[in-house]
Ligand binder design. Sequence first.
Ligand SMILES: Nc1nc2c(c(=O)[nH]1)N[C@H]1C(S)=C(S)[C@@H](COP(=O)(O)O)O[C@H]1N2
Ligand SMILES: [Mo]
Length: 607
Amino acid sequence: MNTASEGSRPNGRRKAVRAGSAADPLSLPDPLELDLSTAEDRIVVAEWSRRIPPIMARIPVVRIGRRWVNTLWILPISVALLIIGIAVAQQLRTYPAVQHFIDTYPGQGRFQPPVTTGFPVWLRILHFLNLLFMLFIVRAGIQILADHPRLQFDAGSTPGREWLRLRGPVPPDRMCQEPPGHAWTAKDDAVGLPRWLGLPGIRHSIGLARWWHFSFDLLWLITGLVFYVLLFTTGQWQRLVPRSWDVVPNAISTGLQYLSLEFPANQGWTQYNGMQILAYFVAVFVAAPLAFITGLLQAPAIAARFGMGWGRINRQVARCVHFFVLLYFLFFILIHTVMVYITGLMVNLNHITTGMNTAAWTGLWLYVLWMTVVVVAWFSASPLTLRYPRVVQKTGRLVVGWAKWLLEWGDPRATYPERAISPFFWPNGTLPTSQAYIDLRNNDFRDYTLRVDGLVEKPATLSFDQLKAMPKQEQITQHYCIQGWSGIAKWGGVPMRDIVALVRPLPQARWAVFYSFAPGGEGGRYYDAHDITHMQHHLTMLAYEMNGEPLNELHGAPLRLRNELELGFKHVKWIEAIEFVESFSHLGAGQGGYNEDHEFYGYRQSI
Ligand SMILES: Nc1nc2c(c(=O)[nH]1)N[C@H]1C(S)=C(S)[C@@H](COP(=O)(O)O)O[C@H]1N2
Ligand SMILES: [Mo]
């Protein structure tokens, strides 16, 4: 970051000294390591992610035919439909046949025998925890969406093919490869959100949002499993699982009764009506598992394991379905809350707080107490995240890091056919600016050399010709950017396992660090550390070709990494050197890579 504030940052000084005394105290500081920058442990909003101005999301627009329609239209349209619906329902109820139908199917039926044991304490506790968890999951989820503010079904995320977006189109004149500095990057495309809505709101804060999202996902998953087990061992499941098809006419009947504003009797204490049970059933047994599955399908390690990067069920489809699940939950929470309020608030609140079928005030107080907790959490989450981002990163790593590590053991096998290659491939990152790089490029990289050293038996300096003379490998794989877009390309280059065989890392080497010629967005050299075991994988390679052509400057010439288990930001472009180390804690801010240091990403990114 800027040198003016260097002195005021104790962290900056400490790291500079430590860089010199790396793994071996006798060795001189490595010039590559010294080029790395330290990073703040807190976010100064005015300086955050410098390259991008704070552009905010707009109200989402959806494509209908060729037109983009503001989603706010849903509000007046819903009100109009509701009013018409009420009129229609009231008219319908004057017909004897309809009256007879409602008498036959009043709402309750054989589909749910009465449960007379009330709401047990575990159910009441889980219900409120669920609300708190949802708050974090939803807000962080929307923040993740805002980092690639478009939804499309197309595996290549081609601009112009989205059906929903939170900003205008990608400027057509910037969908170019040349000049590389003019290209519209995925980072240019990210938008910010109000801080009460997104978590933490500011533009391109996906690294932090993901820690919240995944940590609470895990808690939600665990409590969800506990909920399932207790549900089925106590008989409470009968409230949620319809047992016969008469649930359908009963649901239609209750729908009609609600709509006509002559509500059916509230028997929620023992028996849900048809509409209720279906709404709950879908939330618990359809939407929740679908959220989990479509979340996982977006992980490179999973998709690359099962070949789901392309075809009907690709990452972008999973992302869209994940979004539909969000809409269902939001709709559910809205209607659920409204119904709790208008069908006998005091009694309803006692059901779910004290577990008693009374209208006592205790229910209301307990509810107000919990909602206070929720509101305080709501308004403090973003400010605290911006104040203590490093804490969020480290806590998140503690909570979900192990799951990412487990997934890294997956075997990325998926390669795709030629016709899967994406017509458009989003670029990302900050281009190299150094004279050394420009000189190499102007000479078609003929003088380029790759330095491979660190904890190895035989350090090597390989010329571009030597690299190209090594056995060449080609693969068509999918690239997954943390921001949400994906694209398939054909890569040609040198397998990393051949490089490893050449230099022979020492037994204590645990990480392969890739240093770029390019700076990161906030200054200092871009770099990233990879688990050494991934270097043996047959799909891990240094690519010098993309789609059958020499790799161009925008996509990382002369060399860029491919590690198909990991998200895109770990695929270092414009590689200058590779160093094998035992630990990365002395590099940069010690988090394992440039984005890990500056944007609080995790160093394992199989999800
Ligand atoms: N040196 C360097 N490498 C980088 C980046 C960067 O900013 N600097 N961005 C990363 C990110 S976030 C992604 S998604 C991919 C994008 O590769 P592409 O431009 O070929 O699509 O490069 C990665 N490699
Ligand atoms: Mo990325």
